[in-house]
Each structure stands twice: as C-alpha cells, then as structure tokens.
Write a protein that binds this ligand. Structure first.
Ligand SMILES: Cc1cc2nc3c(=O)[nH]c(=O)nc-3n(C[C@H](O)[C@H](O)[C@H](O)COP(=O)(O)OP(=O)(O)OC[C@H]3O[C@@H](n4cnc5c(N)ncnc54)[C@H](O)[C@@H]3O)c2cc1C
Length: 374
C-alpha cells in the first residue's frame, strides 16, 4: 500500500526518527524530519553500538523474538542503507564475553546460558578462566570465567543514524532544524506542529523525540511514561593491541572500536535533562574497568561523553498510535537497547501507520496501554 499524497512529520532526528522517516519514504510518503539540534547529536550519536539481544530489559520475556528480529533487520538494512547513502554503518560480528568476578555472578550468568544456548542464531557457551586467558591474556586473574558469544553483532551508532538520515534525504525526506513547541489540532486530529518561528501542517505526526517525548505529554494529554536515564562513556587511547573481544562486567563494558580507541562505559544516572560529563562518572567507569582489565591503568582519556537514554517505566519501548488520536503516533523508550531496537520500532510504527499486519514480532507488547491508567 502506498500513500503518495500523505505528508508525515517525524519529530526527532535520532536513530528512531531517521529510520522511521526512511521507511515511510520507501512506502510513498512525503516526509519531514524536524530536529531541535542536529541529526544524531544525542544518544543515537554516542551509544556504545552493540546489538545485545540476549540480555537486558524485556529479554527473554517478552522481547527475545523482537530483539533477535531487530538484530537481523540491522544486517539487511545496513546493506540497503549503504547502497542508498554510501555510508557504511560498520555492522559487524564481534566476540562478546560477560565476565563473572563473584560466585553469585557466575551462577546468574550460567542460569541465563541455559536459555541463551537455545537461541539458534547464536553460538554461546561458558568460558573457564584458562579459555578466557587464551582469548585475552590481559584480563584480571580474579575473573572466574564468562558467558561467551562468538557471533554477537555491533554497529557504529552515529554512522548508523547518518546512513538512515542520508538515505531518507536521497528519497526526498526534508530535514528542518527547529524545536517543536506544540501540536496543532484538537479533538483527536493532529494537523501539524508549532515550532519556534513557525508552524508546519501535516497529515500525521510521529513523536520520536527520545527522552524528550515526555514533554509531549502536555501537548497530547497523554502521560507518556519515559524519562531521561543519563549514561556516560570514555574513549581511551592505549599503545597496546586492541581488545580481542567486547568485555561486559556488571552493567558496564569495554571494547576496541574502529577509531582505534577503547570505548568504556557506563553509568545510569537519574538527573533530569542534564547532559554534562562529570569527574565522578569518569572515575567510577575507570575503577570498574581496571578491575576487569588492569592493564588500562596507563590509558589516556581521549573523550568523555554523556547522553540521555529514553527510559520507559518498564524499560521496553512504546510504539503505538496515541490513544484518542486519529493520526498521532508514539515511538520511543529504546532505553539501553535503542540502537538494537530502532529497526523493529521504526518498522513497527510504519506498519501501525499503514494499519496493516506487521511482521515485527511482539509489537502488541509495545502499546502504551500496558501502563495503568492509559
Ligand atoms: C552511554 C550509552 C550507551 C548506549 N549503548 C547502546 C548500545 O550499545 N546498544 C543499544 O542498542 N543502545 C545503546 N544505547 C541506547 C541508545 O543510544 C538510545 O536508546 C537511542 O539512541 C535512542 O534513540 P532515539 O532516536 O529514540 O532518541 P535520541 O537519539 O535522543 O533522539 C531524539 C531526538 O529528538 C530531538 N528532539 C527532542 N525534542 C525535540 C523537539 N521538541 N523538537 C524537535 N526535536 C526534538 C533531540 O534533539 C534528539 O536528537 C546507549 C545509550 C547511552 C547513553
């Protein structure tokens, strides 16, 4: 089904907004992305970039199938977006190990392995300390072993966002750098948006403003339960060999990236819309890192970043038509997995807009009505 005459307005130029715009354009919509700052200038441009579909909020239940689907869609989309835009988003296979330093962690990780090894897309098993040392001799000798995936996936998040944005632009999507301040229209029909300095009419509007989607609650009269969850990361320079795998420990991680640096993170801070870096976060990330990879003691800090994840009350995305509205859509809440989930969120919202059955698994789990009182 195509909708040649329909104009869609997507608010937010992160990974979710740009992918949604691209997919809508492939279905014949005329699309405008409206972005307050610049494309990919918030979490989508500064994430770690791993597609971790075997852990985290909503996994395995209810979002394992959704997450695996999203990962596979990244693979096909990265080729498609490269052909359209010429931008390589560095979709790649990586070795990934989640390390255990206490017997409780070891037990928990081995429990998870019982279902993780059943997921046919992945080659997953337990590595004992000797096997880990053979993989990466620089791991702390305190490590008790780790859950290993030989074929995890990753992308470079900024290039991923840019590939989507430039592909969308090649299909005629327009980008307007303005901050939206309200919706136009009442009584369940949205006629466009107001922004500083003007307004723009539209046949439908998608709210893809990351954590700032919360602020649209007042515009549409629906409490959208998403809040900013700040995450900081360090990019470190070292003279040694690149890390042999991506290493995870607790809720943190470190991996060598294509820029030659080791990216290490992260924090989970509830401090509102504050995107400043802090000394406390830097020291905390380094302290965690040195417990796992002590050789990084002499690493040089190249860059520190801070961004806001869109965190929904239950940690899983919100993808649906806004209740009580004919043509207003909500697509946010990717949380710590927003790069991974962006493909399913964007495909899902486009199917909802087109009012057709979706191939995206578990889409019904992402409706805002799961929250009480909505
Ligand atoms: C440190 C860190 C590491 C991460 N690592 C990973 C990872 O390894 N794997 C993974 O899957 N995910 C990861 N994530 C999560 C992921 O980055 C986010 O979930 C995802 O980028 C959110 O994308 P988004 O498009 O929804 O939001 P955003 O990227 O925040 O984009 C929203 C856009 O909307 C714009 N906007 C807001 N208000 C308005 C307005 N009024 N008018 C116009 N525009 C507006 C903003 O300027 C912004 O550009 C990480 C996040 C952090 C912080």
């Amino acid at each position: 089904m195509t909708n040649n005459l329909q104009h869609a307005l997507v608010i937010g130029g992160g990974i979710v907004g740009n992918l949604t715009a691209y997919l809508l354009a492939t279905r014949g919509f005329k699309v405008t992305v409206i972005e307050a700052d610049s494309l990919g200038s918030h979490a989508s441009g500064f994430a770690f970039g791993e597609l971790g579909d075997l852990e985290g909020a909503g996994i395995p239940d209810p979002l394992l199938n959704f997450s695996v689907w999203c990962n596979k869609r990244h693979e096909s989309l990265s080729t498609e977006l490269y052909e359209v835009s010429g931008i390589d988003n560095e979709f790649t296979t990586v070795q990934r190990v989640t390390l255990a330093f206490t017997s409780e962690e070891e037990t928990r990780l081995k429990d998870h392995l019982k279902w993780q090894t059943q997921v046919e897309e992945y080659d997953t098993y337990w590595m004992n300390p000797d096997e880990l040392t053979a993989l990466e001799p620089r791991i702390s000798s305190r490590c008790l072993g780790g859950a290993y995936i030989s074929n995890a996936k990753a992308v470079e998040p900024y290039r991923c966002t840019l590939a989507a944005a430039q592909s969308a632009q090649k299909l005629g999507v327009e980008t307007l750098l303005r901050k939206v301040t309200n919706l136009l229209g009442r009584g369940g029909t949205c006629e466009g948006v107001e922004f500083f300095g003007g307004r723009i009419q539209s046949d439908l509007v998608v709210l893809a403003m990351g954590p700032w989607t919360k602020l649209a609650s007042e515009w549409c009269g629906i409490d959208i339960p998403v809040t900013p969850l700040k995450g900081q990361m360090l990019r470190l320079k070292t003279n040694g060999e690149p890390l042999k795998a991506s290493f995870h420990y607790g809720s943190s991680y470190a991996a060598s990236k294509s820029d030659g640096l080791i990216w290490a993170g992260t924090t989970e801070e509830t401090v509102g819309f504050d995107e400043t870096t802090t000394v406390e976060a830097r020291d905390g990330i380094m302290a965690d890192l040195l417990q796992s990879l002590p050789f990084l003691e002499d690493a040089e800090l190249n860059q520190q970043t801070a961004c806001l994840r869109p965190w929904s009350s239950d940690g899983i995305p919100i993808v649906c038509k806004a209740p009580g509205w004919d043509n207003l859509y909500i697509c946010t809440g990717g949380g710590r997995k927003g790069i991974l989930w962006s493909t399913g969120m964007a495909e899902g919202i486009v199917d909802i807009i087109l009012n057709r059955n979706s191939v995206v698994p578990s889409l019904e789990e992402l409706h805002i009505s799961r929250f009480r009182g909505i």
